[in-house]
Design a protein around this ligand. Structure first.
Ligand code: GTP
Length: 355
């Protein structure tokens, strides 16, 4: 089976992490996020993937080349970002399958443990134009929701509302009949969620919902990105791409963690990163050459390449850009983002909520 992987978004919600690296290439549990998706796609029977690229397009081929994780790879760039639907139509130029064959479409920012072969089987049995993976969430009001009838057929594609009619939401993984992709306008900006799916339903095409409450996470926000990385390290979602066994922490080659430090909760410690004695790092992502000094506390945070946390500083759900420095004694929390290269002098900020 062939697949299209949508990886052209700018990832604005993850800035400053996405200034230098597109979201799908951010190191996640020790490897580029996409490595986990490629490995899972291969396990599901995908043999060839076309990357639909736009933002920092050249970085994808440089990272993965012509073959990775058991899958052959091709790259189709958009001169202008075409949105999710326009990108699918544009990338379909590089598909080699026949008009009735199923094509898997994956958002490049979703971690999912659902049963892709079961989704494809439903698609083929129903003779559907498109079959969407739908997941169930506790609070669907933050998402558009997707009701289905008793036979599993999608009846509507509804925008966000404070009174959702179902807790089923679009999980960002679709099976398209190859010929259904050709109904999307060529060389135009199109959203599959807002235009293609509602139009297919209105035209009477068979659109099916594969509802499966497996592990599922959209890593588009800093909090979710950290959670996704930690869940992979902890083994909550198995990934053959992870460079190590599941456990409380993943320590990459060349990292140095003092025996007197506490590092757990699914934390990754990148190559050349250092955690000194007396430091505590919980549920966080430390990229290459990050540094946590003695007595510092880091929770639910990302330290980008070369970022440094001084002695006794406290970081709670904070993003440090490349090379950012937090001087000794600072206390930062609540989603604060420190831009690359910025240096906070000692005890400049005290945003901590405790004490
Ligand atoms: P935000 O800016 O933070 O919303 O992130 P994003 O740009 O990634 O947008 P979003 O999360 O809605 O995108 C869902 C998926 O579609 C991601 O994998 C994106 O890389 C991809 N995507 C979004 N827009 C485009 C586009 O115009 N072209 C291509 N090729 N992919 C896109």
């Amino acid at each position: 089976m062939e697949a299209i992987l949508l990886v052209g978004g700018r990832g604005t919600r993850l800035r400053p992490l996405t200034i230098s690296t597109p979201k799908p290439l951010l190191p996640t549990a020790g490897v580029a996020f996409l490595a986990h998706q490629l490995a899972r796609a291969h396990a599901a029977g995908v043999e060839r993937i076309v990357f639909a690229t736009s933002y920092r397009a050249e970085m994808f081929e440089a990272a993965f080349g012509a073959h990775a994780h058991g899958v052959d790879l091709a790259y189709v760039d958009e001169r202008q970002p075409l949105g999710t639907g326009g990108a699918i139509r544009n990338a379909a130029r590089a598909l080699t399958c026949g008009p009735d064959d199923p094509v898997l479409i994956l958002n490049g920012d979703i971690l999912s443990g659902h049963d892709v072969p079961a989704q494809v089987k439903l698609h083929e049995q129903a003779g559907a134009a498109v079959t969407l993976h739908l997941t169930e969430v506790e609070d669907p009001s933050r998402f558009g929701c997707v009701p289905t009838d008793d036979g599993g057929r999608v009846t509507a594609f509804l925008e966000k509302t404070s009174h959702p009619v179902t807790n089923q939401i679009n999980a960002g993984c679709y099976v398209f009949r190859r010929s259904a992709i050709d109904t999307i306008a060529e060389d135009e900006v199109v959203s599959v969620e807002r235009e293609t799916f509602p139009a297919l339903i209105a035209s009477g095409a068979v659109v099916m919902g594969h509802v499966e409450p497996a592990y599922w996470l959209d890593v588009g926000t800093p909090e979710a990105f950290v959670r996704g990385s930690c869940d992979l390290v902890l083994g909550r979602l198995a990934s053959s791409a992870m460079p190590g066994d599941p456990g409380e922490r993943l320590t990459l080659a060349g990292a140095s963690v003092s025996p007197g430090a506490v590092v757990r909760g699914g934390t990754t410690v990148g190559r050349g990163a250092v955690v000194e004695a007396g430091a505590t790092v919980l549920g966080s992502v430390l990229l290459d050459d990050a540094f946590v000094a003695e007595g510092a506390t880091v929770r639910g945070s990302v330290l980008s390449r070369g970022a440094r946390v001084g002695p006794g500083a406290v970081l709670d759900e904070v993003i440090l850009g490349d090379g950012a420095v937090v001087g000794p004694g600072n206390e930062l929390c609540g989603g604060l983002r420190v831009w690359p290269g910025i240096e906070l002098p000692p005890t400049a900020v005290r945003f901590s909520t405790d004490a």
